[in-house]
Write a protein that binds this ligand. Structure first.
Ligand code: LFR
Length: 487
């Protein structure tokens, strides 16, 4: 059969892209129609997403997709938790906040006063992250903006709203708000009531594979796509799309979806919500087909990109490739940090924060740039190991392979270190797992791919994957981690 083309609008924390995927019975071929920067804006004392510029990037990308031959449908995904508010006329009320804005700090204890942390976890199954939507809404309490709001749309749902004029709340992303009941997969009226949040803000849940609606005529005109082109609901949480496309062929796999964040864990068919999983801060985010992502957020390559940004600002070398070569030569285990230490969340001078962390924990800070990069990558690999082992323990599963997908799978040293630290083979790739997951859910909705297993097989058969065998002594990692209390 002639391959059908699908457009995936995939918004990441540093850039957005529109990818076109051509899907046939034995092909899956991805090309980039358009890439555009995502530049958060600090204004009025807060950090915001420039969602109009992101939407413009999506429209520009769809125009390129139309030029390259048109598409059968369109899907949108992005990072999670952040939202725009619409007023009674359906207009956007202000720019959405960035999850790295620090205004939720004071809201967390107030939310927990209304609903204790244990109970919040028991109901939602969500790990505590200070920026979860529940805390952002806590911080917005009493604001004029929230009082005027009639509809809350997570970022991909906002894009879909502008593309189609419809409103809905896509399930996988809704599950990251900490307002969804883990057992039922619907908004928890009980939680909303106790938190004093208007339940009317939340649109009905949509599922991956549902059709959100056709492009608005003016959007079809602006992009050159055919009138009536459907926007298909995909797994709009980027991590859900990425994990949907993990090229695994058997159940015993762990994954690390590695980009700005490293999301490390397992795919389960039911949530694990126990005291132990709460203590370990493990989350149960929803995936496609009733699956759950049992994982922990690890600060990820953010540590490295902020480090490079700082160095560039200081006029120091900041090209990744030569720095990675120097890191590969640097002595192992010279210094290790907990990537999830709260001081690493906000934008800023990461090398200085890592140096301060090392001093505070009695370690000699990295002496040069190569050592700093090595410290970051080893610390991430160690965090991957701890998260994957803990996930396996808490869910009673055995792991025999780790799939590392996303932009981080391009980082050879990180892939090898992850294999070494976990003592497991690592299959690296695809880099564009998120866009592939987005496209494959659309292709399946159009009947081109039979089921989830067939989606994964298609990725495995068509995408470039690299294999890493564990090397060195895994006990060296245990010893190094124990030395700095990160076991
Ligand atoms: C990754 C991701 C994570 C989420 C974080 C913030 O891009 O979606 O899964 O925890 O961004 O939204």
């Amino acid at each position: 059969a002639f391959p059908s083309a699908f457009a995936a609008a995939d918004l990441g924390a540093t850039s957005g892209r529109v990818m076109v995927g051509r899907v046939g019975p034995a092909n899956l071929d991805l090309s980039e129609a358009h890439r555009f920067p995502n530049r958060p804006v600090q204004a009025g004392g807060s950090l915001h997403w420039d969602v109009l510029s992101l939407y413009q990037g999506v429209v520009d990308g769809l125009r390129e997709a139309a030029r390259s031959g048109g598409v059968t449908s369109v899907g949108v995904d992005s990072w999670a938790v952040d939202y725009g508010l619409l007023d009674a006329d359906g207009r956007l009320l202000g720019n959405p906040y960035h999850y790295r804005d620090d205004r939720t700090q004071e809201a967390v204890p107030r939310v927990w006063e209304a609903v204790p942390a244990e109970e919040l976890y028991r109901t939602t199954g969500l790990q505590h992250l200070p920026f979860n939507t529940v805390f952002q809404l806590g911080a917005a309490r009493g604001s004029a903006q929230l009082a005027a709001a009639r509809t809350l749309l997570l970022v991909p749902d906002l894009m879909v709203h502008w593309l189609t004029g419809t409103v809905g709340a896509e399930l996988t992303n809704a599950s990251t708000t900490a307002l969804l009941d883990a057992a039922t997969g619907t908004w928890s009226g009980e939680l909303l009531g106790r938190l004093g949040i208007d339940p009317g803000l939340f649109p009905a849940i949509r599922r991956p594979g549902d059709v959100a609606g056709p492009l608005l005529p003016e959007v079809a005109r602006a992009t050159g796509l055919a009138e009536g082109t459907p926007v298909v609901t995909v797994a709009s949480h980027d991590t859900a799309s990425a994990v949907a496309a993990v090229p695994a062929d058997r159940p015993g796999f762990g994954y690390v979806s590695c980009g700005t964040w490293s999301l490390a864990g397992l795919e389960l068919d039911r949530p694990v919500v126990t005291d132990a999983s709460r203590a370990a801060n493990f989350t149960n985010e929803r995936g496609i087909d009733g699956t759950f992502r049992f994982l922990r957020n690890i600060m990820g390559l953010w540590l490295l990109t902020e480090t490079l940004r700082t160095w560039a600002g200081e006029g120091l070398p900041s090209d990744l490739a030569p720095l990675l070569a120097r890191a590969a030569e640097a002595p192992p285990f010279a210094a290790l940090v907990d990537p999830d230490a709260p001081e690493f969340l906000a934008p800023g001078d990461m090398p200085a924060r890592i140096t301060a962390y090392c001093r505070r924990t009695g370690q000699r800070p990295p002496a040069d740039q190569g050592a700093m990069v090595r410290c970051i990558l080893e610390s991430l690999a160690l965090a991957h190991r701890v998260a994957l082992r803990t996930a396996a323990e808490l869910s009673g599963r055995d792991l025999d392979v780790v799939h590392l997908v996303g932009g981080g799978s391009r980082n050879d040293l990180l892939c090898q270190l992850t294999a070494d630290a976990t003592g497991l083979p690592v299959v690296a790739g695809p880099t564009e797992a998120t866009a592939l997951g987005n496209i494959l859910v659309q292709a399946r909705a159009h009947g081109l791919v039979a089921d989830h297993a067939a989606m994964r097989r298609l990725v495995a058969d068509t995408q470039h994957l690299r294999h890493y065998r564990p090397s060195g002594d895994p006990h060296a990692w245990t010893a190094a981690a124990a030395r700095v209390g990160l076991g």
